[in-house]
Structures are given as structure tokens and as C-alpha cells.
Design a protein around this ligand. Sequence first.
Ligand SMILES: *[C@@H]1O[C@H](CO)[C@@H](O)[C@H](O)[C@H]1NC(C)=O
Ligand SMILES: *[C@@H]1O[C@H](CO)[C@@H](O)[C@H](O)[C@H]1NC(C)=O
Ligand SMILES: *[C@@H]1O[C@H](CO)[C@@H](O)[C@H](O)[C@H]1NC(C)=O
Ligand SMILES: *[C@@H]1O[C@H](CO)[C@@H](O)[C@H](O)[C@H]1NC(C)=O
Ligand SMILES: *[C@@H]1O[C@H](CO)[C@@H](O)[C@H](O)[C@H]1NC(C)=O
Ligand SMILES: *[C@@H]1O[C@H](CO)[C@@H](O)[C@H](O)[C@H]1NC(C)=O
Ligand SMILES: [Zn+2]
Length: 938
Amino acid sequence: MGKFCHCNTLCVVCSVLGALAVATIVALWVVQLTFYVRPADPWDDHRLPPSLVPDSYHVTLWPRLHPDGHGMFIFTGTSRVRFNCSRDTNLILLHSDKLTLTSKDGHLVKLTAVSGSTPVIRKSWLHPTNQYLVVQLNGVLRAGEAYDLYTEFEGQLADDLEGFYRSMYNEDGVEKILATSQMHPTHARKTFPCFDEPAMKAVFHITLVHERGTVALSNGLETGQAFSYCPEVVDTVIDGSLVTRTTFEPTKRMSTYLLALVVSDYSNVRIWARKKAIDADQGELALNLTGSVLNFLETYYDIPYPLSKSDHIALPDFYFGAMENWGLVTYKEANLLYDVTISSNGDRETTASIIAHEMAHMWFGNLVTLKWWNEVWLNEGFATYVSYLGADYAEPTWDIKDLFVLNEVHRVFTIDALATSHPLSSEEESIQTPAQIAELFDAISYSKVGWNLKKYCSQHHWIDSKPKNQSTYLTSFAYGNTESSDLWEHLQQVNNNGISLPGKVNEIMNHWTLQMGFPVVTIDTRMGQLSQTHFLLDPESKPKSRSEFNYEWIVPIQWRKSSQEISLTWLSGRHALNNNMKTSGDEWLLANINITGYFRVNYDSENWDRLLNQLNTDHKVLPVINRAQLIDDAFNLARANIIPISLALNTTRYLHQETGYIPWKSALNNFDYLYLMFGKSDIYILLQRYLKKQVEPLFLHFKNITLDWVNVPEEHSDQYNQVNALWVACSTGVDGCQNLTRMWFRQWMEQPEISWIHPNLRATVYCSAIAEGGTEEWDFAWKMMKNSSVASESDKLRAALSCSRDTWLLNRYLNFTLDQDKIRKQDATSTIVSIARSVHGQMLAWDFVRRNWEYMFTQYGVGSFSFASLISGVTASFSTEEELSQLLQFKMDNAAAGFGSATTALEQALERTRANIRWVSGKEQEIRSWFLHETSSK
Ligand SMILES: *[C@@H]1O[C@H](CO)[C@@H](O)[C@H](O)[C@H]1NC(C)=O
Ligand SMILES: *[C@@H]1O[C@H](CO)[C@@H](O)[C@H](O)[C@H]1NC(C)=O
Ligand SMILES: *[C@@H]1O[C@H](CO)[C@@H](O)[C@H](O)[C@H]1NC(C)=O
Ligand SMILES: *[C@@H]1O[C@H](CO)[C@@H](O)[C@H](O)[C@H]1NC(C)=O
Ligand SMILES: *[C@@H]1O[C@H](CO)[C@@H](O)[C@H](O)[C@H]1NC(C)=O
Ligand SMILES: *[C@@H]1O[C@H](CO)[C@@H](O)[C@H](O)[C@H]1NC(C)=O
Ligand SMILES: [Zn+2]
């Protein structure tokens, strides 16, 4: 699945209370077992019993795109599932959620033995607590026999973005409804009764019944129409209305969560979208990319794409970035559609990397699937890593792979440094309920393993270039399910004649997957001493569980001295001595070159001084990724009280000479934390003054190379950094910046049909103009947002509207998020969070969330991911005792309703607030005097 948010702000939060996985391979000692009491009845257990294994489904569904007499949108359906019995049983248990069983003859469930005798049904009922349909029998199902279970049912085609749901858009003043689906991870059961676990793979025969003139899509090709874009469908009369019935070729053996269904009146080129969007060629980039990325991946994996078609569809209402349904990938509109004249370079990169991510899943995830959700990273880690390779293939001049550290590693570092983080692999039994499953889709599962895999695999050329036998893992488990030990075994085989490692692959990797967190490696260049400790952002926090590896890792350290070549040193165990790491004179030592390792680095203070000296004299001697890393490591070490904050701030003194995007972005992300903590204090002014001083040369640099903002910088990363330059210059008041953005925005207001503002710069120009402007600017931007037919453009405007400094406007905007006609449900959370990110919106957003929590909680679906990001987003700036007690009060007030998938996020918010309070009071004085010193000199 695609990350549900592609921004660099805090959109992802973890996690699951980490009970340690019992490694099947390494039978070391197990420190903490989740005490797991077997429930009394099988239907009280969240997991299906293993006695029945599905083989195939025949499902017919009929979504009604018009409300019935009671104003309800519904769908009806029938399903026949064939399953094999592997152990005698008198019980059939399958998932069914929010469905009503219907029947014309009084038998809600019909059972037939494929051969032999059929036991009589004693009793059947729905068990909503665990989303089951329970069928008890008088006789027994015999091991080795197959049975068919037939049901008819009705469900709601709600606008809840889960299961089979409805989405709405407006085209030329006409309101249009479409039916679409999101089964991942546990919503197939909301569409038809099924064995809804990823290892319960089966073949699906789908039929969709729909109004004439609409198009039906599913995973398989419309039957008998291979390679045709206009399926010939048969009209039939059902229940008195004339409809179309489209049947699809059976799927491959696959998991229920990969199923997809769409009924709409869309236009296509196998890129499906609103007719107007397709007419405007917004699907062209996606069409270009899907073809070339598919070819790239076929070669890369050395396995042909196994399906006869690959559909990609853009949906007006879709919560996640995208979903890799096999053969029918669904996207948020902004992620798939691209308008050459209106979209930015960032939009282009987003489209390329999300398409690459979803296409990578066609093999990792769909062909070979995780056994259970406790190892989500087996799907997502690979897809995340391979998405960079695919996007790099599509845009070879963009150096997209360089952005991995900034976009993925830094993001996951901040979360994985919390005591409430979780190991990549959780214990299978600790992940049971849909809410627990939902919580696992966090940065850790996506980004951490991506990096770890790269670390080991690229060295063996196992991933970066195609090895001879890489396919063994994918081919051995094709159409099946795996767990991490299977992967390590295959990696081991690949590596057997490869480079030497300080242990077996599984032994090394288990350190990284079975225990949470990562180390800070300290190098003392005076003695050549090396050591590692578990890096915790809050030094007073304690991990909830002990680790079977004692929070030690086997760490590959790439390092060099100023005068030497790169060396590789493995650190296993707490301490080591390496005489080569001693330095003398003004020679510096730099470790973790290009961040090939998942750890932070600290040095003795002399070496820090020498590195900073290098930055200040000729920063280009250090690789650009490491310049960013020195800043990020230093700020985080300072947050953990390992080094003084003034040392971290010192890493930013050279920025007035820096033009590189990655170091600037890294510094701004870290300053962002200071803004959150000190936005309401006198330090705010000092921060502004300092950044203004540092950014001015960058602003002038871009003014110069773009010939007064006329040209576009050549390099992709310069295009990004131009945005940073404008953003910081305007918000700190660099001369000429606000004048510029105000002028562009004014021109646009006067002549909205003319493209006055370059697409790359729009997000930041809109924000600056709305921040400086008043109701007139706000209302204009709102109107343009509602009228825009390009999703990425309306997303930019939606974000910019939160930049206002006007309390009344912000409050009104918050109110809009509860009105679906104004802000779509999928966008409500991110809108509230972006208001909460600004100094002016922080308190307003928190008050709003407190006031409306109960309403939102019941309206937005309990399994939804949005609550976690809502809680972490609105509490990000909390750093006072007053805010802490409000948060505790909030927890108490809503204890009865609970917090669903935000449960962990709330605990983390409390933990973070306490840490912030300690940190701010401990550092405030030092920070104030550092800024005073820096801004008063000269
Ligand atoms: C798609 O590819 C064609 C042919 O290479 C090219 O002319 C066109 O500009 C591409 N479209 C986009 C949006 O990149
Ligand atoms: C580090 O990354 C840069 C690209 O950012 C690359 O040019 C350079 O060769 C890399 N250095 C090493 C030692 O891998
Ligand atoms: C930060 O830089 C200033 C100016 O060079 C220096 O005086 C100070 O000692 C540095 N602080 C630390 C903690 O290194
Ligand atoms: C402006 O750009 C030109 C080349 O485009 C360069 O020679 C000059 O030094 C730049 N000036 C500044 C102030 O950066
Ligand atoms: C703003 O920019 C315009 C156009 O460059 C210029 O004419 C005007 O004098 C500037 N205004 C201020 C206040 O700097
Ligand atoms: C927002 O909604 C609340 C409650 O419905 C109302 O009291 C308030 O006046 C509204 N605020 C604005 C600015 O519309
Ligand atoms: Zn994914």
C-alpha cells in the first residue's frame, strides 16, 4: 500500500507495544511472552481456525448508484465459496462485517458437499464483535473433502472509504456517484462473507451487475475480451431492471485484501479517471510510467508480470496514497493524475514513485505475500525500496535515490528512537484485531527495512543489479505466503559465494528486525574507541520490553579520514578498539558515509570541531548526504542530551554558503522542532532573525540563477531548494520576497485564467500570500480550490489555506472539515493537522479536536488510520505543563469511547509532551544565548 501521506511533516506514527517475536530460527531465550489466553469459543478468537482452507469464490455484486426509498445506498450480492477441509470439524467460521444475510427460502446459509454427504446445519448467526459468520453443524465436515457454502446478502454502499464504498464528484455541475473498494487490510469481509486473512489465498470469480452505460472493473480482464478496451457485456433483466452484467476472468491465487471492484462512468486508456481529467491528458504521465516501470520490474525481478492487464484508477475519495490490488491499482487522484501545465516537479516525482511502489507490490506482496500482518514490512519494505529504483529508472537525471535518506531514513529515525517504537516483526499473536493491524502501517514497516535491505543487499548486488538467482525467493513462494526466515534463508544462499559477513544473514538481520530501535555509534578519535548504545530520543524513557539482543546490533560502519579511502568496520558487541580510527592534527574522521547504515554517529568534541571547521571552510569536501546527516545527527543527539544544543546549532552556521537541497531540508526539518517548541516564546523572534540571515544568500542565489525568477533551475533538487529558499525567505521577511509573492498572487486574482505562478512555486507562494493577506485572498483561494479540476492543485490550495494568521478564518476553516461538501473525508485529518502545524493555528486546532472528538470518532470509522496522525499532529507542539494536563484530561474524558487506532499515538503524545517539557526547560537558556550571540554579531 502506498504511504498515506507523502509530506515531510508528521504524518505517520507508530506503533504496537513491542512484545518480542519468537524467532523460529534463532532459539535464543525469550524474554517477554504476551500472555495469551485461548478464548472459550472459536468465535471469540480473532484468528480463523486452520481446519478450513478456501479454494475459490464465485461472487456476484450489484452496487446501486442511486439511493433507495429510504435515501440509502446499498449493494446486494451472492457468494459461493468452495473450501477444503483439512481436519474434521462441526464448525464453519468465516468473516462477515456489517452485512445482512438475505434469503428467499428462509435458509440464510446453504452448504453442499462437493462429493459425499452434506451435514445438516444446526444453527448459523453473525457474531459482530469479531466480524464472523458462524455456522454450527449437526454432522461433521470430513478432512480431505471439499464443500460449497452459498450466501445471499446486502450491505451498505457507504461513503466510509472501507470495503465496497461509494465516492462522489461533481462534473459540469452534475453530481456523479461511483462504487469502488478498499479491502486492505481487513475490509473484504465488509463486501462478502470470506476467509479474510492474507494466507487464505484463493481464486476469485467476480461478476459485477451495473447500470447500462457504466463501466465495471475488477482484478481480472473482462471475460473473452483480452486486450480489448471496450468489453462486450451482456444485458440481462434482474429484478425487473435492465442492467449490465460483466464477468471477469478468474484471478490468480491471491489474498482477499488484494481484491478490487469499481463501477463508474470513467474514461480510460487503462488509466482510468474522470472523463474531464482524461480529456485533459492528465493520465498521460501515468500511462508513460506504468509501461516503462513494468518493463523495468519484469527485468529486475526476472519474472514476467503474471496478469493479462494492469489497470490504474484515480478515485475522488480514497484515503491512502494508493492500493496495489492485483491488476486494478487504486489511487488518490493527486497521486496518479498529472497536468503538464499545472503540476509541479514534486507532483511528478510523487506520481513516479507511487506508481513504482505499487508496481513493485505486484511481485512483493501480491505474488508472494506475508503470512500474517505481524510482518507487514515483508510487503512494504521492499516496495518502498524498489519504488526508488523504479522512479530512478523513469527519471534517471533526478538523483531520486539520494533522497532516500531524507525522505525515509530521517522520518523513521524520529519514530524508531521512541521507547514506544516496535520491532519490524511483531509476535504473531500480539497482532489480532483490525485496529492492531492498522497500527502497523507506519514508517517503521515502510522505511526501516528498506534501508536495512539496501545495506546488506546492495553490497552483494542482490538488489541494485540483478543477480543470477535472485528469483529463487519469488519463484519458490509464488502464489504462496512467507515469513522473514524464508527471506533470510534465500539471502544466505545468494551470499554464499559473496562477501564475508560477521555472521549468518539471519543472525545479523534478526538484530534489526526482532528488536526495535537502532544504535548511536560513538567514535572517540583520540583513542580509536568505538561503542554503541540504544539511541532514545528521550533519555529518561525506558523501552517497555527487554530485547533478546540486549539492544546491541551488528553494525557495518563505512568511514574515512580526511586523507584516506573509505574503510568498512563491523561493530558487534558494546565496545571495540580500532587503532586506525585514531586521528592526529586537524585530520577529521567521518563515519557512516552516505548513510549506508541505519544508525547515528557521535564523536569526541575535538573531532566534531574539526568536522565543523571543514563545513565552514569548504563544505563540499564532505558528501552532500553526510552534510545533511551531520545536522540531523547533531540535533537529535542534542535532543537526547548526548551533546550540547549549541554544538547542534553550530552545524547550521555554514548554511549561508550551502546551496544543496538535502542539507537545507534536513536543517529546516530540525528548525521546525524549535519552532514547535518556542513558537510562543521570545526565542521565536531570534530564530526568525537567524534564519533570515542564513537564507538570504540562498534567496539571492536563486534570484540570480533564475534571472529574476523567470527561469526554472535545471536540476531537480535545485528546483526543490528554490522552494525552500522562497519559503524561508518569505516567512522570515527577507527583502523582496513577500513583495514578489504578493505581486504574483495579485496578478492571479485579477486574471485567474492566466498561469502567473510557476507550478513548482505555487504551494509556497499561495501560503505566503494567504499568510500576509486577509479574507479576500482566503476566499479567492477557497474558490479556486473548489473549482480546480486538478487534484494536486486543489491539494496545494487546501494546504495554503491553513497558512492564514486570522483566528476567525482558521476557525471557520476548521469547521469546514466536518462538512463533507466542503472538505472531503479523506482530506479532513490532513487539513486539521496542517492548521495545527502553524504557530497561529496550534491552539485552535487542539480546541477543535477536543470539542469534536466524539463526533469525528464515530463519523470517520474506527479502523481508519487518520486518528493516529490527527492526535500526533495536533499535539506536536505540546511542551508545557498546562498542555500536558489538558491532554490527560482529554484522555480521561474520552476513555469510554476509546481511541481506536490512535491508542498508541495518544500514549506517544503523552510521552513526547513530558519529554518536551523537560527538554525545553533544560535548554531554553542555552538556545536563547546562542541565538542572541549569532544574531547580534555583525
Ligand atoms: C509521454 O511520452 C511521450 C512519448 O515519449 C512524450 O511525448 C510525452 O511528453 C510524455 N508525456 C508526459 C506527460 O511525460
Ligand atoms: C555518495 O553519494 C553521492 C551521491 O549523492 C555519490 O556521488 C558518491 O559517489 C557516494 N559516495 C560513496 C563513497 O558511495
Ligand atoms: C559553537 O561555535 C562557537 C563559535 O565557533 C564556539 O565558540 C562554541 O564553542 C561552539 N560550541 C560548541 C558546543 O561546540
Ligand atoms: C550570478 O550568476 C552568474 C552566472 O549565472 C555568476 O557569474 C554570478 O557570480 C552570480 N552572482 C551571484 C551574486 O551569485
Ligand atoms: C515590489 O516589486 C515591484 C516589481 O518588482 C516593484 O515595482 C515595487 O517597487 C516593489 N515594492 C516594494 C515595496 O518593494
Ligand atoms: C464553528 O462552529 C462552532 C460550533 O458549531 C460555532 O460555534 C462557531 O461559531 C463556528 N465558527 C466559525 C468561525 O464559523
Ligand atoms: Zn505498499
